[in-house]
Write a new protein. Structure first.
Ligand SMILES: *[C@@H]1O[C@H](CO)[C@@H](O)[C@H](O)[C@H]1NC(C)=O
Ligand SMILES: *[C@@H]1O[C@H](CO)[C@@H](O)[C@H](O)[C@H]1NC(C)=O
Ligand SMILES: *[C@@H]1O[C@H](CO)[C@@H](O)[C@H](O)[C@H]1NC(C)=O
Ligand SMILES: *[C@@H]1O[C@H](CO)[C@@H](O)[C@H](O)[C@H]1NC(C)=O
Ligand SMILES: *[C@@H]1O[C@H](CO)[C@@H](O)[C@H](O)[C@H]1NC(C)=O
Length: 455
């Protein structure tokens, strides 16, 4: 295997392609390669008469934007190494353009970009089976192609073993991710977002040891997150959000010690979080809203000291907000809304000096909120504590005019129930039913007094 890789490396870099300039110009293209290039151009674009307008497309002075060539080493030809289609100044694709399977026959191609290219005529990714030598392709990027349908053929994974970046996003790709994807062992970034991919995430994905970014969000992937995910030790970004994944978050996730960004939102994940979760020391973004977790909010989150964003809304977390969250001094966003959290807001939360978005609404939190006036001023409208029926604001802070959706605490630090005469439901502009009571009037009075005070 290693020798095979070495062979590819040699073929791709040393043997045929050189970045050095040679003393014996002018170089020409190989006639077969030239014909293949014209065929591809005609399949995709009617911007020009490619053959007549560009008789020498690899000659820098007479070429178009969107093509790049390099001289070979073992031959005296110029070879196409990069093709870029979609938006001007690159060639635009005609509405009858279909996927040019011939493109993989350009033997020295390193990068392909198709952006907004297949938009009217349905077409599939295809690869011609006659392959002469290992492909040198390092980057294949297909973005925003709504007419690109069908699955990603496993032949592609087998033929393009030098790929480092594979993007097939915002298209209509369906079917499962073939296990042969593990053949792409040079892959660094995999982005298959916004498609219709189904089936489960293949366990073989774990063999992609060099993967740094894995984004499969906005598909219809089912089943569990495979435990082999923990084998991708280089992973920095993991986004599996907006799929149909179920089961627990696998324990092996705790082994992804380089992880900076993890998003698992909008899935059916539930149950215990891995013990090693708190060991993800590099984690800065943990986005995990909308999962039926049904557990107590884990204290371990408080060990993720580099966290900037922690989003755990709508996930059926219960218990108290752990005091350990006060250690997350770099936190800018904390979203815990719409869970079943109880108890007081830990006083230490008031020490999080970088917080600018704090949403704790729709829980069962109680007691006096611990924030002083400077905290309330700083977070302002991005602080939402509404719909926690037992939560209240110290009268000393009330004059800060913060729209917290919280009532002023009663003298005995307890809110009064909805008892008393003159109480009636009222629809606000947001459609929420609120109760009018004397303490609301007191609050309104404070707000008016406050407004008057500042004018
Ligand atoms: C493609 O474009 C041509 C002219 O630019 C137009 O006449 C034709 O209707 C278009 N076809 C489709 C399928 O949009
Ligand atoms: C907080 O962020 C700063 C830079 O914004 C960084 O230097 C520091 O190491 C971070 N703190 C922790 C505990 O990671
Ligand atoms: C908040 O910070 C102050 C000073 O920085 C410290 O004395 C106090 O113990 C902290 N409170 C909590 C609950 O962490
Ligand atoms: C807090 O979350 C609720 C519920 O999802 C949402 O309606 C509200 O707009 C959020 N508040 C802020 C300040 O983001
Ligand atoms: C505080 O609570 C008591 C009874 O629990 C009630 O009579 C009183 O009106 C409340 N005060 C305010 C300011 O709401």
């Amino acid at each position: 295997m290693l020798t095979f890789l070495l062979l590819i490396l040699l073929t791709c870099t040393h043997h045929h392609i050189s970045t050095q300039t040679h003393p014996q110009p002018p170089l020409t293209m190989d006639p077969t390669e030239l014909q293949t290039l014209y065929n591809i151009m005609e399949t995709l674009s009617s911007d020009r008469e490619w053959r007549t307008t560009y008789p020498n497309p690899c000659e820098p002075s007479t070429s178009w934007v969107g093509i790049e060539c390099k001289p070979g080493v073992s031959d005296s030809h110029l070879h196409v190494t990069r093709l870029d289609f979609g938006t001007p100044p690159n060639p635009t694709c005609k509405n009858t353009s279909t996927f040019p399977s011939q493109i993989f026959q350009l033997p020295y191609l390193q990068s392909i970009f198709f952006f907004n290219c297949f938009t009217k005529t349905k077409t599939t990714i295809s690869i011609s089976k006659t392959k002469t030598r290992p492909s040198c392709l390092q980057q294949l990027s297909l973005r925003s192609n709504p007419s690109l349908v069908g699955s990603i053929p496993s032949e592609l994974f087998l033929a393009l073993s030098s790929l480092q970046i594979l993007t097939v996003s915002q298209s209509e790709i369906s079917g499962a991710i073939a296990p042969e994807i593990s053949n792409l062992n040079s892959l660094v970034h995999l982005d298959l977002t916004y498609n219709q991919l189904g089936g489960s995430i293949p366990a073989e994905l774990g063999k992609l040891k060099n993967l740094v970014g894995l984004d499969l969000s906005y598909n219809a992937l089912t089943g569990p997150v495979p435990h082999t995910i923990g084998q991708m030790g280089m992973l920095q970004k993991l986004d599996l959000s907006s799929n149909l994944l179920t089961g627990n978050v696998p324990n092996s996730i705790g082994e992804l010690s380089s992880l900076v960004f993890m998003a698992l939102s909008n899935n059916g994940l539930h149950g215990k979080l891995p013990v090693g979760f708190g060991d993800l020391k590099e984690l800065e973004y943990l986005i995990m809203d909308n999962n039926p977790m049904s557990i107590e909010l884990p204290t371990e989150f408080g060990r993720l000291l580099k966290l900037r964003e922690l989003r755990l809304a709508n996930s059926d977390y219960s218990g108290e907000i752990p005091a350990s969250f006060s250690q997350l001094l770099n936190l800018t966003t904390l979203s815990l809304e719409n869970n079943r959290l109880t108890g007081n807001i830990p006083v230490g939360i008031a020490n999080l000096s970088h917080i600018y978005h704090l949403n704790l609404s729709k829980n069962f939190l109680s007691g006096e909120i611990p924030f002083d006036s400077s905290f309330l001023k700083r977070v302002g409208e991005n602080l939402d504590l509404s719909e926690n029926s037992e939560l209240c604001l110290n009268p000393m802070q009330a004059y800060e005019c913060a729209k917290l959706g919280v009532d002023v605490c009663n003298r005995s630090n307890r809110r009064v129930g909805n008892s008393g005469s003159g109480v009636k439901p009222l629809k606000t502009s947001e459609g929420r039913v609120v109760e009018v009571s004397r303490k609301h009037l007191f609050f309104v009075f404070l707000v008016f007094w406050c407004l008057g005070f500042y004018h």
